[in-house]
Design a protein around this ligand. Structure first.
Ligand code: ADP
Ligand code: ASP
Ligand code: MG
Length: 468
């Protein structure tokens, strides 16, 4: 089989784990499969890089030096456990040293300029994968397998310039990946590619959004004509709820692309929301499976028409780090194009709307956006809409979370919404906003952030998802 395997942050979180990853890769590769590997940053590193980049605006060289020292130590330690061959160790260590001194210079540059642009933020964020992938590459070499290391840019992933959430230009990307990675993959050499990072057409580093290594894997899978893409992670597969919130959550053995996409869009972390796009058209199955329990088959995501499960509701997710924007004005009533102007303004500024709800009175629209984009959303909307006779007020709330209840068989099943809302009411929790897409695959609503986990638990229990 032709396999693209992506290993997430926890899977490459320590030298020991990286060794285990290399064992898995070597095992599947010697079993007659062709394997390409996509690697995330070591757990926590991307968050840390972004924090430090934000602080670098205000901080001094000493602070940056301490951070760089710790980062260097973490990665060199991982090398010493993950790789035994001394010459491979040396080669990997040299890459780490060189990459970290580049990072230090970038951070010092930011601290001098006193400004962090989305472009420089992406550049800093890219270092996590640039540091982890060479270690995985070294550990695979240590297994005597033939392998070659690529950054996303070197592999040929070209995106637009929407820094922070860049979108791959698929035709161009597919062509380049086939040209650069294809030949060696076909020969049985294992390409190791940094997840998450790519470059725009001018060669400037971009990232495809947080959690984006999943996306890199499916882009690569589609370009290389993989038989399956495997997302190795720290849970058994996609589950009925985040097991960190509901410990009794059950693994879902099979999901349709549509269901999984719905869950990825709303399921917060389990998979990057756009990761299924490249594989749907090519009908490449995706498997989510556990690095720590590699014998378990995990969740298989395919094109299946009708789900076998009889349960209408399959999963419930909590989406945090969101914010609500309310746009209102009596002038919006019966005014054609007023909604369009809201969407257009946000769209042109690269702000994705996650959820919408409007009142039949037409005097109000509520939108959910990512919390880190709230400031930008408000300022662009205020400039475009206020004082022009249509919109009179724009307000926002940050302490909110979205709860999404999902399942393909919800379509056409009566009484689901009433059961959900009765459950929330019985838990004594107020619902702020509601939306159901016409796909009927999901019902989502907004509650106060502090109530989110309790709502998820109550719904999981009410729909007996632990017995699914
Ligand atoms: P990785 O670093 O491997 O990409 P992520 O942290 O991005 O892993 O995603 C895996 C995490 O997603 C799990 O540890 C789990 O807490 C969370 N998660 C949220 N919802 C779900 C769900 N429905 N099923 C499985 N995992 C979920
Ligand atoms: N390292 C990136 C992040 O933390 C990408 C990923 O892990 O998929 O968002
Ligand atoms: Mg992830």
């Amino acid at each position: 089989m032709k396999l693209v395997m992506k290993f997430g942050g926890t899977s490459v979180g320590t030298g020991k784990n990286i060794r285990h990853v290399a064992d898995l890769v070597a095992q599947y590769s010697t079993e007659g499969n062709r394997v390409a590997v996509v690697v995330s940053a070591m757990a926590g590193v991307t968050n840390h890089l972004i924090e430090v980049a934000c602080q670098a605006k205000k901080s001094d060289e000493k602070h940056i030096e301490v951070f760089a020292r710790e980062l260097r130590q973490k990665h060199l330690e991982a090398i010493s456990t993950a790789i035994s061959d001394k010459s491979v160790q040396k080669e990997a260590s040299e890459i780490i040293e060189k990459t970290i001194s580049e990072l230090e210079k970038v951070l010092i540059g930011i601290s001098y300029v006193g400004e962090l642009t989305p472009k420089s933020k992406d550049y800093v964020a890219s270092f996590g994968e640039r540091l982890s992938a060479p270690i995985v590459w070294g550990a695979i070499r240590d297994q005597k397998a033939e392998t070659q290391f690529f950054t996303g840019k070197e592999a040929g992933i070209v995106t637009d310039s929407n820094f922070g959430e860049a979108e791959p230009l698929m035709n161009f990307t597919t062509h380049l990946i086939r040209e650069r990675v294809g030949p060696l993959f076909e020969k049985g050499i294992i390409p190791v590619v940094t997840g998450f990072i790519a470059a725009n057409q001018d060669g400037v580093t971009t990232t495809v959004g947080r959690g984006g290594s999943d996306y890199t894997a499916t882009i690569l899978g589609s370009a290389l004509g993989a038989d399956e893409v495997w997302i190795w992670t720290d849970v058994e597969g996609i589950m009925t709820a985040d097991p960190k919130i509901v410990p009794s959550a059950k693994m879902l053995p099979e999901l349709s692309y549509q269901e999984a996409a719905e869950m990825a869009i709303f399921g917060a972390k389990a998979m990057h929301p756009r990761a299924l796009e490249p594989v749907i058209e090519a009908r490449i199955p995706v498997r989510i499976r556990s690095t720590m329990h590699p014998k378990n088959p995990g969740t298989l995501i395919t094109e299946m028409e009708k789900t076998k499960s009889s349960s209408a509701v399959k999963a419930v997710a909590l989406i945090q780090n969101v914010a609500m924007v309310n746009v209102s004005g009596a002038g919006m009533v019966g005014a054609p194009g007023s909604y369009a102007r809201i969407f257009d303004t946000l769209g042109r500024n690269g702000i994705n709307i996650m959820m919408i709800s409007t009142a039949a009175s037409e005097a109000n629209m509520s939108l959910i956006v990512k919390r880190n984009l709230l400031g930008r959303a408000l300022s662009t909307l205020e400039i475009a809409l206020l004082g022009k006779g249509v919109v009179s007020e724009i307000t926002s709330a940050e302490d909110v979370a979205v709860v999404a209840v999902m399942g393909a068989n919800m379509k056409g099943t009566r009484g689901i919404a009433s059961k959900i809302f009765a459950t929330v009411a019985t838990a004594g929790i107020n619902i702020i906003m509601i939306a159901q897409g016409s796909s009927e695959l999901n019902i989502s609503f907004v509650v106060k952030e502090k109530d989110g986990a309790a709502v998820v638990k109550a719904i999981h229990k009410e729909f007996r998802l632990d017995k699914i």
